[in-house]
Design a protein around this ligand. Sequence first.
Ligand code: SF4
Length: 283
Amino acid sequence: MSEDAGGGRRPVSEGARLLRQRAEMGAGELFLDGMTRERALELAKAARAARSEAARASAGAEATPWPSGARRPRDAARSGPARSTEDSSPPPSAPLRLPDSHEELRAVASACARCRLAESRTHVVFSDGPPDARLIVVGEAPGANEDRTGLPFVGAAGKFLDLLLATVGLSREESVYICNVLKCRPPGNRNPLPDEISTCSPFLEKQIEVVRPEALLAVGSFSAQLLTGREKATLGKLRGEVHAYRGVPLVVTYHPAALLRNPKWTRAFWDDLQLLRAVMDGH
Ligand code: SF4
């Protein structure tokens, strides 16, 4: 157990505790000196099991109080009026009118055929995590596993992301909503094309408007450039400072898949998470 941002007690997985201890001890190359990728993924699996167990154990218990000064999440009563989803797939040239209800928005996206990616996708990958989350993590686009399952960040990179988020007391089960810039997989995992991003981005904009998170975390250059509005800037230029997207604090960092390819960036990701946590704690 360790203290959360509001001074309350919350369960922290063994893997998260280990990572936090290593960082506090000044271990600069997390995962490089003795911890393999396979071990990290084992810990991620254990972390997910521990959180599930904790959630089951606390079912029916009183909710953890929100930290003082932190904005409470949007409740269901603030959702907009129900609207028809008959306009779910207008032609790309038509203005996209999107509903204010999260589930109706998901339904519209699930039927979308506004760009070429609709032809090759298996599933539209809309989101994972609670629609009243404190944090939205925005990635790039679905990969093969995501296209197959319909859920974002379900492969090795997703498990790694879950582990790293757990080190700062965040989880997609309770407090993190995860989605991508593109909702459909580009064939062969190629990069998103500019017209695909501009066609699909209204869904992301509406997701952020509906969820109303306390903060945003952009992982990877495509989401970082889109949300900061700095399309030419490198990730290195955008990291290390707090941006704002329509008034919501925004932190930029590496995509977890890039961390798996370049473990030396894990320390930088850790630093970015500390910045994010400080923003969410109001520091
Ligand atoms: S990528 Fe976005 S705009 Fe293109 S078909 Fe999928 S949901 Fe529609």
